[in-house]
Design a protein around this ligand. Sequence first.
Ligand code: GLU
Length: 411
Amino acid sequence: MGLFEQSQIPLKAAIKAMKLDPGAAAIVEHPERLLEVSIPVKMDDGHVEVFTGYRCQHSTVMGPAKGGVRYHQNVNADEVRTLAFWMSCKCAVAGLPYGGGKGGIIVDVSKLSERELEALTRGYIDKIAFFIGEKLDIPAPDMNTNAKIMGWMMDEYSKIKGQFEPGFITGKDLSVGGSLGRTAATGRGVVTAGVEALKVKKINPKKATCAVQGFGNVGSWTAKLAHDAGLKVVAVSDVYGAIYNAKGIDPYDLEAHVKKTGSVTKYKGSKAISNEELLELDVNILFPCAMEGQITKANAAKIKAKIICEGANGPTTPDADKILDKKGILLIPDILANGGGVTVSYFEWVQNLYRYFWSEEEVIEKQTALMVKAFKEVYELSKEYKVSMRVAAYISALSRITKAMKNRGQF
Ligand code: GLU
């Protein structure tokens, strides 16, 4: 089963639970638009390579499409479509005035020079410029893209438009209209959701342990902010391997080690473990912050964490969901748990539209308030409908999206 088809399973459960109008359900099940582009890039050795890129707008019912651009060798149309669908739901769960979108380029960034990466980025924007915009579709960072790449995108788009266009993209550096608090925002939201989940399970965060899969932007900030919230981070991984220390790992010190050596492996005082072992540790919270499809029917039965809080998009397959549910594990789904990034992207966009910037305290305070509110709403829905937090999150998203559709006369 493809990723998009898999992603529809909890959606269908929500549609059934809330007895949604079949017409409305059919609209939500189909992305509005999917664009595929070819991007020729003159490589450093003089030859031309043609890369494939995508941009999908799943929904623009509640506002412009919103979502990141991913650079990865496994990007494909099905994945982009799925991620765009998740963005529509994520924005709706957080109560943001956005639809959902996503972009991607099929590329292994480790094989490109800085100049080639910039040429590819500008080429992508040239091809999709007519499709995006401040009131149309607003890109942002995702896997392997960052503030520097957003700066190139902003520059290219501004050149095409012949005017300063900060509001068409978020996740930028502060010097070009970025927001304070954006870099840490996804991790911060994941930790806010994790702490709320600990409250549900009546576990004191200061006595809780956690394991973090992934040490990119989301994983590293989740580890650091979980540590700041008093949780003991006992295991961390990256693409090169995983490490464990029962006494706890200081993620700030680990980050310095990663800067020096390029990986979390061989960190002082820690034991090397496998990625599978990390996922199966007996911890209070497991934070999967890496890739899709990490918790599957092959390992779900072996998971010992009391809470799973999804920093990545789609780390748990629907088969695994069923097993985890039976085991009584409290799973905080991606579309709720990792909505902190797009929430602060929304704040960045608002600041760009007003040309008036907020303090970091203000951003954090507003983000935390929105996340806690969304968590409580989803938790209440899960009790009311007697469904998992994942299905409840879809009920929350669908009720907002379809209310807008109804009021626009779409069904
Ligand atoms: N790529 C992030 C996500 O999947 C952030 C999207 C955004 O800020 O628009 O939520």
